[in-house]
Each structure stands twice: as structure tokens, then as C-alpha cells.
Design a protein around this ligand. Structure first.
Ligand code: ACO
Length: 334
């Protein structure tokens, strides 16, 4: 990470999350295809995932998470000066989902942009927010990670449909005030575009615009090479976690919590093992959520804060991996 002239320390002022009401359980999936609760639970740690209502788009999930985060941060919508919206399932290709959220929140004066980095999206966005806060350029940045991925899942493909769910998370970021010792210490971000084919949504963009044949060929569904994704997830998340710890001249016992991307319990366990990090200090919120891509790290962070696990003054390590392939870690004093 480049060294910036640091004027301010960055503080997570508040977090929020939202999951739609409708649940799709492993038992429901058993009735739809040749699979079993036992197989899914053993392979992924997932028992259920949430599905957005027909009239809910990604910004509709994001707005509820954002309102909760603003309330927890004690920040009024009028004070937001930037919205960063991480998603790979935007409401529209244009305008961006951040602008949709701005309109729904009624935030009068802000910059609003989307960030596409799949499951690493929230960490990418928090890293960008950190730069604007540290330099004093912005005071209240709303970072959102939200997805309605189930609209792009083929429920005849049992290797992908068991994994993904819908959800949203939000984080309000601002400068630490006098007497507060919160700060984002470091972020390490990576991309390996040469491995992009391992997890790809072929249709809907300029390469394969939506046409009858793209629908017939199922190009609008997530296409994943599960085994290779698994291996690369452990390799990259493990590397980013270790790098964050070493960069800050810390040891795992000085970190209170790790909040990893919630893709699969086996990936989380293997990452923790690689970073020599005990599972007791790893936040796992996957069983009733599934993989919500850009939303997972924020949902897990928010739930751990609301449960009183993560507390002010503790050192927290975020790590993620996603399509792209992207990956990243962020180490902070919460
Ligand atoms: N139910 C029952 N059997 C299944 C299912 C299912 N849902 N899915 C696959 N199988 C079968 C396969 O057909 C195969 O059968 P065969 O041996 O007769 O051919 C067998 O199970 C093993 O298949 P694999 O694909 O090798 O299974 P694997 O152990 O690799 O588990 C899984 C599959 C769970 C998808 C695993 O590869 C995985 O978790 N990968 C990571 C996926 C992931 O997390 N992606 C998202 C990360 S990035 C992001 O979040 C955007």
C-alpha cells in the first residue's frame, strides 16, 4: 500500500445488514433436484439462503442495510458525501446502483459510484473510502455491498444453486474523532484476470448482449469451476491474510477477529489454517445466509458487532476472494 500523507484516522462509524424474508433451505432443494441436506452441509456449511422478493432489486436490499448502518453510526442521510456500492448484480447497467440508492435514501449531496469486484467488492470499496477519509477529502462515506445473485443462478445446476443467496450490508466510514483510536491500518488488494473464466457470467454485457440465443444458451447464469475456485480461494485469501498480519508487524494472537468472505465453511477453515489463525477467532455466518458475494463480509461483520463479539478497540482482519479473480484483506482497529 502506498504511503499517503495521513491527516485522519479512519473509523467504521456504524454497520448494518439486511436479508430478505424468503428462505430456500437444503430440504427445499432436495425436492427440486438430486441433492441432499447432508451433502450440501458437509461440502459447504450452508443450510439455507435468502431469496429477494420479486419486487426487490439490489438497491432495495441495500437501502435497508444502509438505513440500519446510518442509524448505528448516528449519521443523517444529509451528511453522506459519497456512496460506494459494491455489486455484480446491479439494478441496471445504467444508471449505477449507487445513484438508485442515493435517490431511495434521499441523500442530497454526494458522489455515487458502483464498484465491481465480485466477492472482494466490499473490501475494495472500504479501501477506496479509507483513502478519501485519510486525506480529509470526505467525511461520511456510505459503503454498501449487496447482491440479488439468485436471479442469475440456474436452478438446474446443482453445483452453483446450492451456494448463493441474496443480501445486503452497509458500513458508514468517517474520520476518528479526538479520543477515538479506531483506524484502518492497511489494505492489500489483488486481481488475477487470467483466471477470470473460473467464475463468469457470460451474458448481458457488451460481449454477449441479451438476445434470444443468449437466453437459450443459458448465458445469463453464473458459470463456475467449483474445484479450481476452491483451490484459488484458499491460496489468495490465505496469502492476503498473512500479508496483512506481517505488514503490520503483528502475530495472529494480536488480532482479535478474522472476518473472511463467507463462501464455504471448508474454504474458511483452510484459509484460517494457512494463516495459522484459530477458528475460535473466525467469524462464521454462513449457515443461514449462504454466499451473498459482495455482501458477505459486511453481513458477517455487522452480525458479529450486533452480537457483541467484535468490540471497539479490537483488531479485526477482513479477507475476501471473488470472481475476477479478485482478492484482498484489510486490517483495522475497530
Ligand atoms: N448434491 C449432490 N451431489 C453433487 C452436488 C450436489 N449439490 N453437486 C455436485 N455433486 C456431485 C458431482 O456431480 C460429483 O459427482 P460424480 O463424482 O459422480 O461426478 C461429486 O458430487 C463431486 O463433485 P465436485 O464438483 O468434485 O464436488 P466438490 O467436492 O468439489 O464440491 C463444491 C463442489 C461444493 C461446489 C466445491 O467445489 C466448492 O465449494 N467450490 C467453491 C465454490 C465457491 O465457494 N464458489 C464461490 C466462491 S467465489 C465467490 O464467492 C463469488
Amino acid at each position: 500500500m502506498a504511503n499517503l500523507a495521513q491527516l485522519y484516522k479512519t473509523r467504521i462509524k456504524g454497520t448494518g445488514s439486511y436479508l430478505p424474508d424468503k428462505l430456500l433451505t437444503n430440504k427445499d432443494l432436495e425436492k427440486m433436484m438430486d441433492t441432499s441436506d447432508e451433502w450440501i452441509t458437509e461440502r459447504t456449511g450452508i443450510k439455507a439462503r435468502h431469496i429477494a422478493a420479486d419486487d426487490q432489486a439490489t438497491s432495495d436490499l441495500g437501502v435497508i442495510a444502509a438505513q440500519r448502518a446510518l442509524e448505528n453510526a448516528n449519521v443523517d442521510v444529509s451528511e453522506i458525501d459519497m456512496i460506494l456500492f459494491a455489486t455484480v448484480t446491479p439494478d441496471y447497467l445504467m444508471p449505477n446502483t449507487a445513484c438508485m440508492l442515493q435517490q431511495k435514501l434521499g441523500a442530497p449531496n454526494c458522489v455515487a459510484m458502483d464498484l465491481s469486484a465480485a466477492c472482494s467488492g466490499l473490501i475494495y470499496a472500504l479501501s477506496i473510502a479509507d483513502q478519501f477519509i485519510k486525506t480529509g477529502n470526505k467525511k461520511n462515506i456510505l459503503v454498501v455491498g449487496a447482491e440479488v445473485l439468485t436471479r442469475f443462478i440456474d436452478y438446474e445446476d446443482r453445483t452453483t444453486c446450492i451456494l448463493f443467496g441474496d443480501g445486503a450490508s452497509a458500513v458508514v466510514v468517517g474520520p476518528s474523532e479526538e479520543g477515538q483510536d479506531s483506524d484502518i491500518y492497511s489494505h492489500h488488494l489483488y486481481a488475477e484476470g487470467q483466471l477470470g473464466d473460473l467464475l463468469i457470467l457470460h451474458g448481458g454485457g457488451s460481449k454477449h448482449p441479451p438476445r434470444q440465443h443468449t437466453v437459450d444458451q443459458k448465458l445469463h447464469y453464473v458459470d463456475m469451476n467449483g474445484r479450481d475456485i476452491f483451490k484459488n480461494a484458499v491460496r489468495t485469501m490465505g496469502r492476503c491474510a498473512i500479508e496483512a498480519i506481517e505488514h503490520n508487524k503483528m502475530t495472529p494472537d494480536q488480532i482479535d477477529w478474522m472476518v473472511p468472505h463467507q463462501a464455504n465453511i471448508r474454504i474458511i477453515e483452510a484459509t484460517a489454517k494457512q494463516a495459522k489463525f484459530p477458528m475460535e477467532k473466525v467469524i462464521v455466518e454462513i449457515e443461514d445466509v449462504g454466499n451473498t458475494s459482495a455482501a458477505t463480509v459486511g453481513i458477517a461483520l455487522d452480525r458479529a458487532i450486533q452480537k457483541g463479539k467484535i468490540q471497539r478497540g479490537q483488531n479485526v482482519l477482513l479477507a475476501a476472494f471473488g470472481g475476477g479473480l479478485t482478492s484482498g484483506s484489510l486490517l483495522m482497529r475497530y
